[in-house]
Design a protein around this ligand. Structure first.
Ligand code: F6P
Length: 538
């Protein structure tokens, strides 16, 4: 039996390698193909590479990808097990194979039974948590939840980092117009004391609620900040017996939160089958639900659910997340690009690049395949970006004239129908112009210093307004792109073992900095040793 399974696995690997190598072969002949020529020679190009996934539309037609190469990308998806990966994710199977867990974030926004492999339907648990979050949020927003001295809450301090912060922070900023006047949400992530000092400005303990979000309830920065905030509440006059009115907790380790001082009533569970960077839809989203209310939070879930249904049911050649990731795969394997820029032409979406950095780079910045064999092909690209139009005045020079190609995802927001104000028209014109300029280039009047080579690939994603629903859809689109890349590269997109080493080393150095009597370890590199000594001498 085992030998048959090994034979099948070897066959899979062989088929995978053959299709991957076939794609890489294309770099010799397609590296310099002209996107403009593709438009001229492929009359159906725009239709074939544009995708509707309401309330989003995705235009991949300005990517340097000939339509005639699509079959080899679809063949690679089949050979790599993309279809099976999609099925297994929606079936709640343990696709996070190094931690033996499911990656079941789609269940958090589903509205149908979602059995976790053979462990039964998780929807009762999901619904119960959403209901408790809703009641808690409604009570705080209505002023029914009072502080120790009878005051209503005016400020939320959301304590967390990485996946326990980036999603809620992005969404609170993106949907600030849906926020409740008189209820401010502050995010406290960095362990730098300046971070808490900045957040603390203008806060009153009596009207402050701290939400501590940590799946493990062991992340050093979060515990340090939570402790600092708890001490502040006590020092500002909140009696220990009343502290629980000013604390809430979101975690997969409830016993640790209770020990910290969080009450059962303000404690929300996070299942093990939700990865941190995929957790906005869970109780991690509590700060967002407090900001925009339960109904708007449900709209966010609905937007993600619409993309889930599209992703799960649409054939690959019309599947927006799948086509987005196949273009990424093509660019890295064939054009040898190493980064992807995300440029939201929206001040409200200014935290989107930071969110996508964790989602994409913590998921696919991996070095071995599912068999533990070191990769001899590229894994996930470096994600970076800033909002437009600001980015045009900082790094677009490199995008237009630099030798390296960095494909750009332009994120544009269509204003409500009939409301194209002059400033919005200017913003959209710049976003569209940059994509066209990257494509068209400029001969520069034969002055080489002024020449822009053009033929630079980009994707344009257009949101039908910036609403909880369109934001939910956008983030789910990228989640499925991210998970799909893992299946196409045979890597695990759902663990993050690489972050543990730095944490261990930091603990060792922290001890040396705080206890000058400790001898430096003999195996410490000379640079670290010299810097530690220098700091200790101060
Ligand atoms: O160290 C990386 C990481 O584990 C992320 O994956 C996670 O989102 C973040 O730290 C915070 O983890 P926790 O929610 O357990 O505090």
């Amino acid at each position: 039996m085992a030998s048959e399974r090994n034979l099948a696995r070897n066959d899979e690997r062989t088929a995978f390698r053959a299709s991957l190598d076939g794609l890489r072969e294309r770099s010799r002949s397609v590296g310099e193909c002209s996107i403009s020529a593709l438009f001229a020679n492929e009359p159906e190009r725009l239709a074939r590479l544009s995708f509707e996934c309401a309330p989003l539309s995705v235009d991949l037609s300005r990517q340097r990808l000939p339509l005639t190469d699509l079959p080899s990308l679809f063949a690679h998806a089949a050979a790599s097990g993309w279809h099976a990966g999609r099925e297994r994710m929606f079936a709640g199977e343990a696709i996070n194979f190094t931690e033996q867990r499911a990656a079941f974030h789609v269940a958090l926004r589903a509205r149908r039974p979602m059995p976790l492999a053979d462990d039964g339907d998780v929807m009762p648990q999901v619904s119960a948590t959403l209901e408790r979050m809703g009641e808690f949020s409604a009570a705080v927003r209505a002023g029914a939840h009072r502080g120790a001295h009878g005051d209503r809450i005016s400020d939320i301090v959301a304590i967390g980092i990485g996946g326990s912060a980036l999603g809620p922070e992005l969404a609170c900023e993106a949907l600030a117009s849906d926020g409740q006047p008189g209820l401010r949400v502050h995010f406290l992530a960095n362990v730098d004391p300046a971070s808490w000092a900045s957040v603390r400005q203008g806060l009153r303990a009596d009207t402050t609620l701290a939400i501590i979000s940590s799946k493990t309830w062991s992340t050093a920065e979060t515990i340090a900040n939570a402790t600092a905030v708890r001490d502040w509440l006590l020092n500002e006059g909140i009696a220990p017996g009343e502290l629980h009115r000013h604390l809430a907790g979101v975690t997969a380790r409830p016993e640790r939160a209770l020990a910290f001082g969080v009450s059962e009533a303000a404690l929300f569970s996070l299942p093990d089958w939700v990865g941190g960077r995929y957790s906005l839809w869970s109780a991690i989203g509590l700060p967002l639900m407090l900001a925009i209310g339960p109904a708007a939070f449900d709209e966010l879930l609905a937007g993600a659910r619409a993309v889930d249904e599209h992703f799960f049911t649409t054939p690959i050649e019309r599947n927006a997340p799948a086509m987005l990731v196949l273009v990424s795969l093509w660019n890295s394997l064939v054009l040898h690009t190493q980064t992807e820029a995300v440029i939201p032409y929206s001040h409200s979406l200014r935290r989107l690049p930071a969110y996508l950095q964790q989602l994409q780079m913590e998921s696919n910045g991996k070095g071995v395949d599912s068999d533990g064999v070191a990769l001899d092909y590229p894994s996930g690209a470096v994600t970076w970006g800033e909002p437009g139009t600001d980015a045009q005045h900082s790094f677009f020079q490199a995008l237009h004239q630099g030798p390296a190609i960095h494909p750009v995802d332009f994120i544009l927001v269509a204003p409500p129908p009939g409301e194209l104000a002059p400033a919005a028209a200017k913003l959209l014109a710049n976003g569209l112009a940059q994509a066209e300029a990257l494509l068209r280039g400029d001969p520069g009047a034969d002055d080489p210093h002024r020449r822009c080579p053009g033929n630079r690939p980009s994707t344009t994603i257009l949101l039908d307004g910036l609403t909880p629903r369109s934001l939910g859809a956008l983030l789910a689109l990228y989640e499925h792109k991210t998970a799909s890349l893992g299946w196409l590269l045979r890597i695990n997109s759902f663990d993050q073992w690489g972050v543990e080493l730095g944490k261990r080393v930091a603990l060792r150095i922290e001890a040396l900095l705080t206890d000058p009597g400790l001898a430096l370890p003999s195996d410490m590199d000379p640079s670290t040793a010299a810097l530690v000594e220098r700091l200790r001498r101060r």
